[in-house]
Design a protein. Structure first.
Length: 218
């Protein structure tokens, strides 16, 4: 059985039913909560294995509630370089999971959303399959090869997360590509679409961010 770790971050989750459904999809998931996201878990009586962060936005009563039910609270000082989601991701790496899913990482403050996206590079460097997932899309980084399974017409956008990404090959898309290159500042990878139910992306060098929507978007 593959080990799947969920990180619940403090961004916006508009559809709370989505949160519970994603957690219930996994068999015996490990849940790591980043600080103030503990409020969202409390609302659904979801007990995390760990709550981690500087606890500047986690309420004391909520922390007490979860500790009484077996959650571990890992507290860091407020003056630190890492974000709470960064700390949660590093904690997840130590569990040696097969996959990490980050929920609640988008919306709200744009700086935190960007920081969470950049954390996908850290996961790619460690060769740990990691995705940011919300109600409409999933984000992940390709450093070698990835396959997308979806429906014809699903929108897929691509962005370089390193100064350049070379040797890009796209198969199964409306706009295929062979040995392409993308550089920061030239975002021509917006709004591609699956031409088949299976699309393949490969790169030779660099880190390529994939934003895959679960449908066609305009």
């Amino acid at each position: 059985m593959k080990k799947k770790v969920f990180i619940v971050s403090g961004g916006i989750i508009e559809d709370h039913k989505f949160l519970k459904e994603r957690l219930n999809e996994a068999h015996d998931p490990v849940i790591i909560c980043a600080d103030g996201a503990s409020r969202q878990l409390l609302a659904h009586d979801i007990i995390p294995a760990v709550i981690i962060g500087d606890m500047d936005s986690a309420e004391k009563d909520i922390l007490r509630y979860f500790k009484e039910r077996g959650s571990e609270v890992v507290r860091f000082p407020k003056r630190k370089d890492e974000t709470d989601t960064w700390l949660a991701l590093e904690y997840a790496f130590k569990m040696k999971p097969d996959e990490i899913i980050i929920l609640g990482a988008l919306g709200g403050r744009i700086d935190h959303a960007l920081a969470n996206i950049f954390l996908l590079v850290m996961a790619a460097e460690k060769d740990v399959k990691t995705k940011i997932v919300d109600e409409t899309s999933e984000l992940f980084v390709v450093a070698d090869t990835a396959t997308i399974h979806g429906n014809v017409g699903d929108t897929v956008s691509l962005f370089p997360l390193s100064s350049s990404v070379s040797g890009i090959n796209l198969e199964g898309f409306d706009y295929p590509l062979t040995d392409g290159e993308m550089e920061i500042g030239t975002p021509y990878g917006i709004s591609n679409r699956l031409a088949e139910k299976r699309g393949t992306i490969s790169v030779e060098t660099g880190y390529l961010l994939v934003v895959r929507f679960y449908r066609e978007v305009s």
